[in-house]
Design a protein around this ligand. Structure first.
Ligand code: KIV
Ligand code: ZN
Length: 506
């Protein structure tokens, strides 16, 4: 059985999704989880696009040692040099060069001839090769490029030293048979193709990214690129968890294997969703809330008698926690620690203490603490940005008679206690207005969502917001049994991210 190389680009193409922005610590946390998942390659970022990306790649390269750490770069000498600086400390670095190949990109965007592009591609690979043995080359928009030209480019870049050639369906235009044909044609027509790994990278504009990727694997590609939960530009990238589970579940059909520890899929998916703020649709294959839920009586009856009647995968194989154990007020440190371990968390002493006191505080307000509550606690307590302003307390009056009013008390970076009050169209607006009077950073609220973590009237409410300032989006999250408090926490979280980013860039 051949092994498929799993190339994860959640931190690069995934993060390019509109509204997606992760800070450096969050990127590192996702990279560590991807390492636990067992991906072969992590594309950690596009360092020339921002100092934040450069720093994130540098940190991941230093800290995450098992997978290959890859950087994306334009086919420009200075960009390649700079990208190398970000990734050079990796145990196994890779430089990934991208350059458009389709006529529509060459004519309208790059204003270059095919010959010029061919030369730029080879020069770029040769430059990267000076630094790094492992070089990947992607002719962007390959699926809309004349195949003969793709063959010519691939032959030349392999000659120049590319060890992986990646075929992107950049705009998600291809159909499975067509895309499979392109891959087959490459094996037939590129004489030195055996010297490189053939990779594929599919986008989901027509909902065909996973189907196209699997078809390419059937026709000989041995590296597949995608993201967790399928996040990415526009309609997203191929969803890695779907590809991995298709290969595993239909091994009799594909005759392929991967190095993935599939029991880490659920956790990875939850982490990516929590940190990016992109919710997972309930019917999403593999990781959606309904993916293993049966509602028809006939199906439930079948599954009770023999799971295989209506379940083609064991939920445990993707790491969905099997226990429905519920903790409460009387649960001690030991029970909490055991539950955390079962959920796959291993916390430092200090983080554990912090999480345990948040758990106790919640248990005072809520009778039953479920796994989802615990995940929310961990997200809140351990993933807060270092605070610039700290929210001390809020007091709100609202109802259908009076004007919603909020009083807020914050602690400023220099330790001063700041208090103010404001009116609003509703209680959340009043709180935000009061905070704005104290923090005074211009921004625009672009998204506000509230959801309950579990069922029941005493459930934790989780608020996710996005604010925009200077063309950059900042995400904020807050959770509390009181949704006004959760909203205030989410806003402070987003503002603190904005202020931290402003400070970092001077
Ligand atoms: O979609 C695309 O073409 C890309 C390349 C960088 C591989 O993301
Ligand atoms: Zn892409």
């Amino acid at each position: 059985m051949d092994k498929v190389i799993i190339f994860d680009t959640t931190l690069r193409d995934g993060e390019q999704a509109a509204g997606g922005s992760l800070n450096i610590q969050e990127k590192l946390e996702i990279a560590r989880q991807l390492e636990r998942l067992g991906v072969d390659i992590i594309e950690a970022g596009f360092p020339v696009t921002s100092p934040g990306d450069f720093e994130a790649v540098r940190l991941i390269a230093k800290e995450v040692r098992s997978p290959v750490i890859c950087v994306l770069t334009h086919a420009v000498i200075e960009a390649i040099d700079q990208s190398w600086q970000a990734v050079k400390k990796a145990e196994r670095p890779r430089i990934h060069i991208v350059l458009s190949s389709s006529d529509i990109h060459l004519f309208y965007q790059l204003k270059k001839s095919r010959q010029e592009i061919l030369e730029m591609s080879c020069d770029a690979v040769a430059r990267a090769k000076k630094y790094c043995a492992d070089v990947e080359f992607s002719p962007m928009d390959a699926s809309r490029t004349e195949p003969e030209y793709i063959h010519q480019i691939l032959k030349a870049v392999i000659e120049a030293g590319a060890t992986t050639v990646n075929i992107p369906d950049t705009v998600g235009y291809a159909t499975p048979d067509e895309f499979g044909g392109l891959i087959e044609g490459i094996f037939k027509n590129v004489p030195n193709i055996k010297r490189a790994v053939v990779s594929v990278h599919c986008h989901n504009d027509l909902g065909l990214a996973v189907a196209n990727s699997l078809e390419a694997l059937k026709r000989g590609a041995r590296q597949v690129e995608g993201t967790i939960n399928g996040i990415g530009e526009r309609a997203g990238n191929a969803s890695l968890e779907e590809i991995i589970m298709a290969i595993k579940t239909r091994q009799n059909f594909f005759n392929l294997t991967t190095s993935i520890d599939t029991t880490q899929i659920y956790r990875t998916s939850r982490l990516v969703s929590e940190l990016t703020g992109f919710a997972i649709q309930p019917n999403k294959a593999i990781v959606g809330a309904n993916a293993f839920r049966h509602s028809s009586g006939l199906h439930i009856d079948g599954v009770i008698k023999m799971p295989g009647t209506f379940e083609i995968m064991d939920p445990k194989s993707v790491g969905i926690p099997s226990s429905s154990l519920v903790l409460g007020k009387t649960s001690g440190r030991h029970a909490f620690q055991e539950r955390l371990a079962e959920l796959g968390y291993s916390l430092s002493h200090e983080n554990f203490d912090q999480a345990f006191s948040a758990f106790k505080e919640l248990a005072d307000k809520k009778k039953e603490i479920t796994d989802k509550d615990i995940e929310s606690i961990i997200a809140q307590e351990l993933r807060t940005v270092s605070e610039v302003y700290h929210l001390d307390r809020i007091q709100v009056t609202c109802g259908d008679r009076g004007i919603p009013t909020a009083a807020v008390r914050l602690t400023a970076p220099d330790g001063r206690v700041l208090t103010d009050a404001a009116l609003g169209t509703g209680p959340v607006d009043a709180v935000y207005q009061a905070i704005n009077r104290l923090v005074a950073v211009p921004n625009k609220l672009t998204e506000f969502t509230v959801k309950s973590v579990t069922e029941g009237i005493d459930a934790i409410g989780e608020v996710l917001i996005r604010i925009e300032s200077g063309g950059i989006t900042y995400t904020g999250r807050g959770a509390d049994t009181d949704i006004i408090v959760a909203s205030a926490k989410a806003y402070m979280n987003a503002l603190n991210r904005l202020l931290a980013a402003k400070k970092a860039t001077g």
